[in-house]
Ligand binder design. Structure first.
Ligand code: DGL
Length: 277
């Protein structure tokens, strides 16, 4: 089997904040990023739709030769990963792997909190799935997790509204709603790919004693460790430091916004997913 890039999938631009950190940890690896911009955001969509779209993306990345695919999207990880790993992968490609970003994040979140009260911010889909609550309860039984959906934050970031009165209003409102659930919350996890771009406003709206944790760096370190533990998978991943970007949406739009999310110039190519638009 030929060596290929690691596939990184997100509903749109957000996964680029994760890829940015992954590239710092694994600069020699090749990555193929796929954003399903034609159908994003996934946050408000149903379980069935997100599963269907994510499976199409995984099949597409496998067809490109990727041996390992990372769902760099919390909503897709929350609503599609388990089914794909347990039901589809054994039939589709038993030797290939699909990883998500909830597990690596929940594995270490307990290390950040002293009070053992953690707040989770995510899309409606992520919050509704209760994936973070379930994983944290399983891995850190002594930690209590509280969550809050922030449905306006993704559109704010996508529209470049990062530091104005409108953004302040929604950020303050949702953070108040989270912190009202427990006065002991000392750690807030940004469980959505877009939220790190709102970090200055988020920090401004929480007490100084509260740590705000972004997951990109955590996921990147965990992926590096995974490749070291799994040479049989790492051996199928090509290493010439190349990045390729693909979108189901408009390539020019992707390049403009993607550059902002990735922090470096992005040049994409438009592709179609089967069953997609
Ligand atoms: N990438 C998604 C996430 O991390 C946010 C954008 C969307 O709703 O599609 O949950």
């Amino acid at each position: 089997m030929q060596k290929q890039a690691i596939g990184i999938f997100d509903s749109g631009y957000g996964g680029l904040t994760v890829l940015k950190e992954i590239v710092k940890e694994l600069p020699e690896n090749d990555f193929l990023y796929l954003g399903d911009n034609a159908r994003s955001p996934y946050g408000p969509r149903s379980f069935e739709t997100i599963y269907d779209y994510t499976l199409q993306a995984v099949k597409y990345l496998f067809a490109q030769g990727c041996h390992l695919v990372v769902l760099a999207c919390n909503t897709a990880s929350a609503k599609a990963l388990r089914n794909i790993q347990q039901l589809d992968l054994p039939k589709l490609a038993p030797h290939k792997r699909v990883l998500g970003i909830i597990r690596p994040t929940t594995e270490i979140i307990g290390n950040f909190t002293q009070s053992k009260h953690v707040g989770i911010l995510g899309t409606k889909g992520t919050v509704k799935s209760k994936s973070y609550l379930t994983e944290i309860e399983r891995l850190w039984p002594q930690v209590k997790a509280f969550q809050q959906a922030c449905p306006m934050w993704v559109p704010l970031v996508e529209n470049g509204e990062l530091d104005n009165l409108g953004a302040s209003y929604f950020i303050e409102k949702d953070l108040k709603a989270l912190l009202a659930q427990s006065a002991k919350i000392d750690t807030i996890l940004l469980a959505c790919t877009h939220y790190p771009l709102l970090l200055p406003l988020i920090k401004w709206n929480v007490p100084k004693r509260v740590k705000v944790v972004s997951q990109g760096g955590i996921v990147a370190k965990s992926l590096k460790a995974y490749l070291l533990r799994h040479p049989e998978i790492a051996g199928h991943c090509s290493r010439s430091g190349k990045l390729k970007f693909q979108t189901t949406g408009d390539a020019a739009d992707f390049d403009e916004k993607g550059t902002f999310f990735f922090g470096k110039e992005v040049r994409s190519q438009k592709v179609q997913l089967s069953g997609g638009m």
